[in-house]
Design a binder for this molecule. Structure first.
Ligand code: FES
Ligand SMILES: [Fe+2]
Length: 486
């Protein structure tokens, strides 16, 4: 399998900018990270052979200050409407994957803050984004995707071609004002990156790729182009979209929310980075025990079993180890070995040159405002968070998993399913009972009570963010303010 290994593309990785540990308040002082070992020191200590690549060595914390955050940003209708007008309708929005609309006429309906867009595959293979509203009396042209030979409004039958040009009006005699050549469906900006289709309602928006900094290079390293959507679930959450997004922008909540995971994940060593104004990340190391672990004294074998099994619902740890821990072998190295073997078996590729951290660690990235596409090799966890319709106190949380395609195959993308209000992610068969569903349920369980608390603070209430651990959350607010000021 040695020849199948994908090269590191060193010429690309060189373009990742150097770290700048900048403390704006006091430039002579670095930003405080948690006491004890840093992620980089952990890599020095643990990931000797193979060594970590530049994408793991990248570190760019930026001090965004410690100013309080107003609670009304999550509860005010007026603030929400400003976000809609100045931010949601001006930023790049991920819609669907290219492979979800493979054939000419395939359409995907994308709804956002009351707007609706049709993503349509064209005869020549190009993709267009068209306003999903009939120009007669305003019915949505389509409520669901599917393969269409034309875009015919179900109400009175006015019809457009799949390229958006006008085709037919059964009552053309009654529309003397219509110039059919100019009666097409308005087209929106559309860009694709790594199979992800993004649109922008703003015709003057800066190009998407220019906003992503080195993120595409990071994700190229993690073979995003060779990945497919394996699972796609949705859940309506009773909280403002920012509260929901923030639940996935920091990992300090693990101590309170997912304490079971602290026995096999290093939440003290989490590293937070700014990739560009629009892209941030954290990296959480797996296969090490957090200082904050307050559970019973566990042997390495017990922790490994918890990591491999399902500790997320407080259930019993997994089955006995399939192969014994070697003398002197660390938990991290053992888990990486298992991950490497599983990946090689599942994909047919060679991962022998990948460091332990690349195979194990959680590389959480987000593209402002709401698209989180993780790196890593084992499973790329992805989230998309947006307001639920025009409700400023509810949001739609989508979870999708990207996995590397087995060599020589092209698996169909997973169908989307919206879970019911009482349905737990832990019970979703799509997640196969994995630990992830239980973790996500724990995340969701915070959000309704958080929104209640934010409301309870009243219009003058203020929140107190951590300087480092909440850096990504603060960047979300910083970027919203940036758009609101434009
Ligand atoms: S509203 Fe579409 S044809 Fe009348
Ligand atoms: Fe969580």
């Amino acid at each position: 399998m040695a020849d199948d290994r994908r090269p590191h593309a060193p010429e690309i990785e060189k373009s990742i900018p150097e770290s700048r540990n900048v403390n704006i308040a006091n430039p002579s002082m670095p930003i405080a990270e948690a006491p004890g070992l840093t992620y980089q020191q952990l890599l020095d200590r643990e990931d000797i052979d193979p060594p970590p690549p530049p994408v793991s060595r990248f570190h760019n914390p930026v001090d965004l200050g410690v100013e309080p955050i107003k609670a009304s940003r999550y509860t005010s209708r007026e603030f929400f409407e400003l976000e809609v007008e100045k931010m949601w309708l001006k930023t790049w929005q991920y819609t669907c994957r290219e492979e979800e609309i493979p054939n000419a006429g395939d359409t995907y309906v994308f709804d956002l803050v009351g707007r609706s867009v049709l993503i349509v595959r064209q005869q020549d293979g190009a993709i267009k984004a068209l306003q999903n509203v009939c120009r007669h009396r305003g019915r949505k042209l389509a409520t669901h995707g599917g393969c269409k030979s034309r875009l015919r409004c179900p109400y009175h039958g006015l019809t457009w071609n799949i390229d958006g040009s006008f085709q037919h009006n059964p009552f053309a005699w009654d529309f003397p004002q219509v110039d059919e050549a100019a009666f097409g469906l308005p087209e929106l900006r559309l860009e694709t990156w790594a199979g992800f289709i993004f649109i922008n309602f703003d015709a003057d928006a800066a190009p998407l790729l220019g906003l992503l900094g080195a993120y595409p290079e990071h994700m190229d390293h993690f073979q995003i182009d060779d990945s497919y959507k394996a699972v796609h679930l949705g859940k309506v959450v009773n909280a403002n979209w920012k509260a929901c997004a923030e639940a996935f922008l920091e990992s300090s909540h693990v101590i309170g929310t997912h304490p079971q995971a602290a026995s096999y994940a290093g939440y003290d060593q989490v590293q937070y980075d700014l990739i560009s104004d629009h892209v941030t990340r954290f990296v959480v190391p797996m296969g090490v025990t957090s200082e904050v672990w307050t559970g019973p004294e566990l042997s390495d074998e017990q922790k490994i079993r918890a990591a491999l099994g399902n500790g997320s619902r407080g259930g019993p740890p997994g089955a006995a180890l399939a192969k014994p821990l070697r003398e002197g072998q660390t938990m991290r190295n053992y888990l990486a070995e298992i991950a490497r073997e599983n990946l090689e078996r599942d994909t047919g590729y060679d991962f022998s040159a990948r460091s332990d951290g690349e195979l194990l660690d959680g590389f959480s990235y987000d593209v402002f405002p709401n698209t989180h596409i993780w790196g890593g090799f084992t499973v790329k966890i992805c989230y998309r968070i947006r307001p639920y319709g025009m409700d400023h106190e509810r949001s739609l949380l989508e979870i999708f998993l990207m996995k590397i395609k087995p060599k020589g195959t092209n698996p169909a993308p997973a169908q989307y399913r919206l879970l019911g209000p009482d349905e737990l992610l832990a019970d979703a068969p799509e997640l196969g009972g994995s630990y992830l569903g239980g973790l996500l349920d724990q995340d969701v369980a915070n959000l309704g009570p958080q929104q209640d608390g934010l409301r309870a603070l009243g219009p003058d209430g203020e929140l107190t963010f951590g300087r480092y651990s909440d850096m990504r959350c603060r960047n979300l607010h910083r970027m919203i303010d940036d758009y609101l000021a434009r």
